[in-house]
Design a binder for this molecule. Sequence first.
Ligand code: GLU
Length: 402
Amino acid sequence: MLKTAQEAIVEAGKSLGLTDDKLARFLKPQHVLKHTIELNSGKKLKAYRIEHNNSRGPYKGGIRFHPDVDLDEVQALATLMSIKTAVANIPMGGGKGGVEVNPRELSELELEEISRKFVQAFVDNLGPQKDVPAPDVNTNAQIMDWMVDEYSKLTGDRTKASFTGKSLENGGSKGREAATGYGGYMVLDTIFSSSMKESGQIKLAVQGFGNVGSNFAIKSLENHPEWKLVAVSDSSATIVNESGFDVNELIEYKKAKGRFKDYKTDDVKVIATEKIIEEDADVLVLAALDGAVDESNYESVKATTILELANGPVTGEAEKKLTEKNINVIPDVLANSGGVIVSYLEWRQNLSGEQWSLDEVNNKLNSIIRSASEGVFSLSKKHSISLKQAAFRIALERLNVA
Ligand code: GLU
């Protein structure tokens, strides 16, 4: 993952005439923080925070709890956050954190202990004007609430602007939870209107139906009732319905802890989870984990557009091959930037002591993400390059690497 992220940066940098030296300096994270968290039970866990670049503002990016977390992955994700915040053109930098752990094996008390100990370990580097973490894979508002509480206890800071993605009762922003999914819809819609694509009866296939995938689907069908959600997957199965699913019904099903492999109704086909990639849809939305489309399966993609709502769901090699086949890959650094954009809006509300209405937040998100999408689209047309390369070039220019 780190190699892929760095290669994309080097490719964009070369086309801008950047020297190897300048690129190497940019690629190197500004701070690599490591710590071993020792739980009361005696369990030891590796924790990381990588602060990649703060030339545009405080380091910004999530903290994930996952067994695959390692230094390489955290560095890749931190680097991509520097690109993402620059593409969105918000005054924040890039960072990422992680704990190598499987949260399913933890009690609620242990989760809280890890969250608080993470903050104790890195407190000197964190803060509203220094480094502002947020949720990522397997972390949520509750974990941010514990973290911000620990930070306030240790430093006396009362702004709550040291973490974003908090609960509404605890300084969170309206619209933050749905922001990544909503933003993904806004990006897709902008790219479609810019390319004057006849949007007619678009068929959507959505991999991953958690917070991001389901909010994307809600917003898409609310704005375009003529679009159809024809396939959707979770980790147990893909379900297919050519006449289109009722999104709210699927959300209710998931809320009741249903697994798609048990979803049985007359007109619905249940197939293997990974088969979603091959579904006959116009847009394939990847909202699960990284590496979902790689060199081994990219050839079976039938969609003409891929929206990367997870971080890194299409590998670097697959992205190149898909672009050659004229499949539009809308890159993660643009497609899923709704989350960090509303995080930035949350941070601003905390610093100014304001609380904005949902409409105000969504309108601001809409204007920031649409102008980012238009910029990426028009540069890609101007130079006949992929959306990903266009996004990376814009980011490197804004980051003043040149
Ligand atoms: N974890 C999210 C991301 O990868 C959000 C980061 C943030 O809100 O700071 O973009």
